[in-house]
Design a protein around this ligand. Structure first.
Ligand code: ZN
Length: 247
């Protein structure tokens, strides 16, 4: 039993087949991420159609200008169907960027998540210090830092705060030295597996379109690094996802 804790489903023209393969490969649930109002609505619609898809809704920092009052109403109206607010956060990687706007939109969604008692899925890229600073200001049901690829120091800090992290295809890349250490240091009750499909395919599919079934390859890599069997890693990470998302 596996759970893909982060995938984007809206761009698959052959979604039926992708999901069929996913189910046949033994993946039990997919947490469907979104990055703007349009994809949030789609994630929600997918969850109506496929009961193993669990929707999250949020505006990604690179889409901050799309945040609106009507999106806030959407979040409030659908809060009982959402498993988290996300993905939200800060991304200082791409120019041009408006840090003030990103922070404003991030904060607005954090306070909403706190009000609605929903956990948050965080996207954090080249913005670790600011993201962690802002998060400190909110009392949240749960925090998951997705696609974690920070330093050991950052991992120690987020574990201290009781946050969760998820690992994706990047841990299978040949130059991924840091992950060995991260996997050894992560609290075993605080990590999950993800694909970030259709992006970031794990080896041996690096560069190709990713699918949620490939979460099994991430699981395999984690198991070999930790000297655990794959079933055990699948069990631990699925239990963590079930607890975090309440699914
Ligand atoms: Zn994502």
């Amino acid at each position: 039993m596996l759970i893909d804790s982060h995938a984007h489903l809206e761009d698959y023209e052959d979604l039926e087949e992708v999901l069929k393969r996913t189910r046949e490969s033994g993946v039990r649930k997919i947490v469907a991420s979104s990055y703007n109002p349009e994809t949030a609505l789609k994630a929600l619609e997918f969850s109506f159609k496929y009961n193993f898809v669990c929707p999250t809704a949020g505006v990604h920092p690179n889409n901050a200008s799309e945040y609106s009052k009507s999106f806030e109403s959407f979040l409030k109206e659908n809060s009982s169907k959402l498993v988290a607010i996300g993905e939200i956060g800060l991304d200082y990687h791409y120019e041009p960027l408006d840090k003030a706007l990103q922070a404003k939109v991030f904060r607005a969604q954090l306070s909403l998540a706190s009000q609605l008692c929903l956990p948050v899925v965080i996207h954090m890229r080249d913005a670790t210090a600011d993201t962690l600073d802002i998060l400190k200001d909110y009392s949240l049901k749960g925090v998951l830092i997705h696609c974690f690829n920070g330093s050991v120091e950052t991992l120690v800090e987020v574990m201290k705060r009781g946050y969760y992290v998820s690992f994706g295809g990047a841990i299978t890349f040949k130059n991924a030295k840091n992950f060995k250490e991260l996997l050894r240091r992560v609290d075993k009750d605080k990590f999950m597996l993800e694909t970030d499909s259709p992006y970031l395919s794990p080896e041996p599919f690096r560069g190709k379109r990713n699918e949620p079934k490939n979460v099994a390859l991430v699981c395999k890599k984690v198991a070999s690094e930790l000297n655990l069997c794959e079933d055990e890693v699948a069990k631990i990470t699925s239990e963590n996802a079930i607890k975090f998302f309440g699914i």
